[in-house]
Ligand binder design. Structure first.
Ligand code: FBP
Length: 263
């Protein structure tokens, strides 16, 4: 398979794959857990962070980056030639309300992404707020510029079921597919052999799988193998990249690329 950047023609087509770097965890988990208390605390400095994201894009180690509004705007201002590889994340949850009903607030509109490559949006199927999120994404699809791609995070969240079973993730992928985003993003299933089912449930829309919380490189390579074998379109990996020191992160990314390239 061939690595494809968001800015390239044919993004999402069969035979290609992509690696997306999401850095919205400062909002979702807070800057202490996301950056400060990790092996790579320099990421807390927004100027350093923007330069590091640009470096990974320039080196072709990631094909796109998904960012909250402030970070996206700073990156696009300093590195305008990378704007079309930026996905503006439109809504976010945060762990400060983790004991309440899971929900996401809108921080940006697709208008703010007019010069960028994509918009990212999260729905929580299974939460009591699911209909608001799904309805809002319908409006995003209707109003976003045609040349701006949509990436839909479909994260089942609510009471009474496991979030990463085959059944739940197939349902999340199938629902997301009916909203026709350009790419669907789901969590890695508890049993990584289930990737193939989830890809089928997405009705032909490319699926990327998330990296999840920091784990060892061996696990990440195994995930990459299972995603590549199962027909996934690639990975969206945040914490497992930016919480490592740059040399380790780059080596892991090179390993992941090798697995996809040779599959
Ligand atoms: P990671 O690779 O760090 O898991 O990032 C993927 C992602 O979807 C982020 O976009 C988001 O901030 C985070 O996971 C949410 O994780 P969770 O909902 O499990 O707390």
């Amino acid at each position: 398979m061939k690595h494809q950047r968001l800015s390239e023609e044919g993004f999402g087509e069969k035979g290609n794959y992509t690696i997306i770097l999401p850095i919205d965890q400062g909002v979702e988990h807070g800057p202490v857990d996301a950056f400060f208390a990790t092996a790579h605390p320099e990421m807390l400095d927004i100027d350093y962070q923007v330069d590091y994201i640009a470096e990974l894009l320039h080196e072709g180690l990631v094909g796109a980056t998904a960012l909250p509004k402030r970070t996206a705007n700073l990156l696009c201002k300093k590195y305008p030639h990378l704007s079309k590889d930026v996905i503006l994340k439109l809504n976010h949850g945060n762990n400060l309300n983790k004991d309440l009903e899971p929900s996401q607030a809108v921080y940006a509109s697709s208008r703010h992404a007019a010069n960028m490559g994509g918009v990212g949006f999260t729905i929580y199927p299974g939460s009591s707020k699911q209909d608001d999120m799904i309805n809002y994404f319908g409006k995003v699809q209707e109003h976003k510029p045609d040349n701006v791609k949509s990436i839909l995070w479909s994260y089942p969240r609510g009471l009474g079921y496991e979030e990463t079973t085959n059944k739940t993730l197939m349902h999340a992928a199938y629902m997301a597919a009916q909203l026709e985003p350009d790419v669907i993003k789901v969590k890695m299933p508890a049993n990584s052999m289930d990737v193939v089912n989830i890809v089928k449930a997405a009705c032909g829309i490319p699926v990327v799988f998330s990296g999840g919380e920091y784990t060892d490189s061996q696990h990440m390579r195994l995930y990459a193998e299972r995603i590549a074998e199962g027909g996934g379109y690639g990975m969206i990996v945040g914490r497992n990249i930016f919480q490592r020191k740059p040399d380790n992160a780059k080596n892991l990314l090179r390993d992941i690329h090798k697995i996809f390239r040779e599959s």
